[in-house]
Design a protein around this ligand. Sequence first.
Ligand code: ARG
Length: 457
Amino acid sequence: KKGEAWSARFSEPVSDLVKRYTASVFFDKRLAQFDIQGSLAHAEMLAHQQIISAQDYADIQRGMTQIKGEIDGGQFEWLLDLEDVHLNIEKRLTELVGDAGKRLHTGRSRNDQVATDIRLYMRSAIDDISGLLRDLRAALVDLAEQHADTILPGFTHMQVAQPITFGHHVLAYVEMFGRDAERMADARKRVNRLPLGAAALAGTTFPIDRLRVAKTLGFDDVCRNSLDAVSDRDFAIEFCAAAALVMTHISRMSEELVIWMSPRVGFIDIADRFCTGSSIMPQKKNPDVPELARGKTGRVNGHLIALLTLMKGQPLAYNKDNQEDKEPLFDTVDTLTDTLRIFADMASGITVKPEAMRAAALQGYATATDLADYLVKKGLPFRDAHEAVAHAVRTCVDRNCDLSDLTLDELRVYSPLIENDIFGVLTLEGSVAARDHIGGTAPNQVRLAIAEVRKSL
Ligand code: ARG
């Protein structure tokens, strides 16, 4: 049976397998509300420019209102035979309002139509994601504030390096997610351009007013070249790159949460509602959410590569390849949205165990650098100070004790510059409090940084 929008040119129907292969309706129907929004803006312009009549526009509005109701109510019948969301809606419109429905596509192609729909969809997704990034940062700032003074070891190479405050550690992620939000806002600028008017690729012979449509749809400008407008998806790739970075940050944080929750480390606990048990080992409480988020980072990274690869071989202008942009994009949005929502919630479900953190910071000579800095302040060149302290640490390693366990006389073996005031320097509190400059770990700086972030939230 014939019946496709373009079937008159064909002498035999498309095979069922090809129909299924080329159809996108079962995933692009999620663009329906944006497709209707774009169509209404286009029809309004056509009427304003007297390309269609005011009556046609009124009929189209009426039909679209009903279609929207049918879709929202789940009664709309999506047909594979009608290939995609655009043709499904247009066909139903024509059923409902007759010739006015057939006039809607004047001066338009599915190529500029779908590019418009995706941009409307992405603009809305970016706005949601930006809000969720804000929620996550707010939740992390609250956690940082509760632990501005809590001390844990900072690590390099997974070895105890120097004492830091937990608030400072959490604020590192607040910075990362802040840059992620900036990247989203920046990507939005390039998303928010109108392709409609490009038609199939070359523009249209009708006296259209593209700027009017852009204004109706809230776009900042129109795409300035019709070939580019229908063919490039760089704005979607850019979004996926920003999304991959968000997930990369989520994944690093997840890795830390998993390590911190391991009974071997025991720095934190995560509320039961974010964990699951084992079907065989009754004692288990597994950090499934961070582990799964770490895993889902893989698919989001994969979607970025999928879109880059999709684009790289395409000659200008539109090619059907571009239909493959949707599933990776949708899944990126879904994964990111769910992950950010859960993490914002989970931040308040983290219980910190300051004693375990403190105990860990007391092992591993975390204040060795403070001892070296102390000697420098007494006049020793840093390299000599470094060596003197290395000798002291060596002795402590042999004796299995901490630097602060050595007596003043024992310490003075390594440098006669060491005096009684050294013991304040070797404490964890003294160590963190001394790093009191912008970006430093001192509790004082953590509070100042929190105040700064809060102003921007
Ligand atoms: N479903 C198509 C897509 O997602 C719509 C545009 C199709 N245009 C065409 N000439 N086949 O890209």
